[in-house]
Design a protein around this ligand. Sequence first.
Ligand SMILES: [Mg+2]
Length: 264
Amino acid sequence: MATVDPTGEGGWREGDMNDKVKYKNGKGGAEQCHKKYCTVFFDLDHTLWDYESNSCATLAELYDVHDLKRRGVNEVQAFQDQFRLVNNELWDLFDTGKIASDVIRKERFKRILAHFAIVDEKLDRDLSAEYLDLCPRKAQLMPYAIEMLDYLSDRYRLTVITNGFDEIQHLKLAAGNITRYFDHIVTSQKAGHRKPARGIFDYALLQSNTACHEAIMIGDNLITDIGGARGAQIDTVFFNSEQREHEEIIDFEINSLIALKHFL
Ligand SMILES: [Mg+2]
């Protein structure tokens, strides 16, 4: 527990596994988080389930199966990079309420193929359907996910709060063999609200019979996970694995899931 913030003054503390925690002023010291919280909320994609690795593996398979090299996509890396670009753009529009979710599915591969000057409706439809079928069945998790779920599930009730479709998100949890850790799986489809809307967090609190000050939300997205939880008066852990710069004031910030052990 070397990194616990002993003075309560905030700032970064380093653990001995290249892990770091940033404490907000007044958090993580005498407050004894493990006594304060009873429920831990987890985001799924990019937080527990390694979306990036699973997506890249799926795209590499599709690249081979559909012989995209012959179609003019010279490198699998270029295909993956373009997917990342288009997908992030579309998800940002979806997260800020500017497009509906089906637009992501309809537009994604059309835009990617257009970038490579390929116009082929059948290929677009096939890639789209096969990506949706294959990707959620991939099993790669973020580093230390299992260790932390083992550790935390002995101490807290655990709930997933995720924007997405019930069926897809359940497939990912099953593929990663982590369904058993959670008392509740709250998807935006089930809750009728999506992060950052307060409704999905209130729904999760109700499901887990938890007051807002007894819960803490762990996620990788500053808008949906962190902003959303803060709006519902829930404490927050920003999982910033790439150590991106930002100006937000967050209760806890970590660069690795293993760092959760220092304060939970
Ligand atoms: Mg996420």
